[in-house]
Write a protein that binds this ligand. Structure first.
Ligand SMILES: Nc1nc2c(c(=O)[nH]1)N[C@H]1C(S)=C(S)[C@@H](COP(=O)(O)O)O[C@H]1N2
Ligand SMILES: [Mo]
Length: 356
């Protein structure tokens, strides 16, 4: 169901902050498929960067045989690759952690899916060649600013292991939803890393370095790390692949319903494998009923849509739980794994409704 063009709904982004700009997608009210660009969530660490002529050049250097600088127009003339991919912030659903964690209190909408078009990074690295000493590929954004925990000025920068960087669907994108990427989403060039949380998809690419060491910038080793303990860093592991997850889009939490048949619907997604089932429970998780999955194209990294017709005759209060299962044997559990910075919340999704 697409409510986005209905006279009933003209949704807006849900604002968390404006400078830096952090806004959620009104996920409960929009399309099953591609997120229209104007409803695409926005997540920024700094103010938007100032661009100039230089921003249209992408240098690739470091542990390569031939350092090369790729002009924007040249990249656009290379064979392109289009992918449909979910982009989800690892802080999506942070608001649901108990105990609470610090950071933007995202609810369900720090997720969108777009059609990204660009050039496989592996094509560029084939042209430069890679030395055997190469360990990681480092992506530096043009945006910069200060942090609350460190002195100095930092660019947004993240690295990928060589294997992930060389995957043909890791692309240097120049289009979102068949138009030039909007400034807010990384114009002129942004990295898109399917299957990984959004932090890996560096916007406003300034340069790419192939490096022979482990990158230790603050967005790599302080942020985007799961810290299982509140008071120490023991057991820390980097945030990478998107965890299996789902939401109920309709009905909304705490809505009032009549005794009729109601369509319950939503989405489910995972960064490893595909979604095989989405199930609902009306008895606090004792029994689960299969929903109908629809609308996922096989070549995509997109989310799956699901729906379920709920015939409800008895008045009363109901708890409805939703969980997704994946081909990798992954399944949502009742509790999310708590971590100090509040990443990767993926507990069974629960809503309450009253039938009257
Ligand atoms: N240069 C740069 N790239 C960035 C960020 C940023 O602040 N600066 N934020 C990252 C994070 S945490 C997310 S979730 C996505 C958000 O992308 P969007 O704003 O296009 O939705 O971009 C990633 N890439
Ligand atoms: Mo993010």
């Amino acid at each position: 169901m697409d409510l986005s063009n209905s006279y009933l709904n003209k949704p807006n982004l849900k604002t968390l902050s404006l400078d830096t700009e952090n806004q959620e997608t009104p996920i409960h009210f929009i399309t099953d498929g591609i997120t229209p660009t104007k409803y695409f969530y926005r997540r920024n660490h700094f103010s938007y960067p100032n661009l100039n002529q230089q921003s249209l050049l992408l240098p690739v250097y470091g542990e390569v045989n031939t350092p090369l600088t790729f002009p924007y127009c040249y990249l656009r003339s290379m064979p392109g690759r289009s992918i449909v991919s979910v982009l989800e912030c690892s802080g999506n659903k942070r608001a649901y952690f108990n105990p609470k964690t610090y950071g933007d209190q995202w609810q369900d909408g720090a997720i969108s899916q777009g059609i990204w078009k660009g050039v496989s990074l592996s094509n560029l690295l084939n042209l430069t060649g890679i030395k055997n000493t190469a360990k990681e590929v480092l992506f530096i954004g043009q945006d910069q600013g200060t942090r609350t925990d460190l002195d100095g000025i930092f660019n947004y920068a993240k690295s990928l292991p060589i294997e992930k960087a060389l995957h043909e669907d890791t692309i240097i994108a120049y289009e979102l939803n068949k138009s030039i990427i909007p400034y807010e989403h990384g114009f002129p060039l942004r990295l898109v890393v399917p299957e990984w949380y959004g932090m890996a998809s560096v916007k406003w690419l300034k340069e790419i370095q192939v490096i022979d060491y482990k990158f230790e910038g603050p967005f790599q080793t302080i942020d985007y790390v799961y810290y299982p303990n509140k008071y120490n860093d023991k057991g820390a592991v980097p945030v990478t692949t998107i965890k299996i997850n789902s939401i109920i889009k309709q009905p909304l939490n705490y809505s009032l319903l009549d005794t009729k048949t109601h369509e319950i619907f939503g989405i489910a997604w995972t960064g490893s494998g595909t979604i095989t089932d989405v199930e609902l429970s009306f008895d606090n998780g004792s029994t689960w009923k299969k929903t109908n999955l629809y609308g996922k194209s096989s070549q995509s990294y997109g989310w799956s849509n699901w729906r379920y017709l709920w015939e409800v005759k008895d008045k009363g209060e109901y708890t409805i739980m939703c969980r997704a299962k994946g081909s990798a044997g992954n399944i949502q559990s009742l509790e999310a794994i708590w971590n100090r910075k509040g990443y990767g919340y993926n507990a069974v999704y629960t809503i309450h409704v009253k039938v009257e």
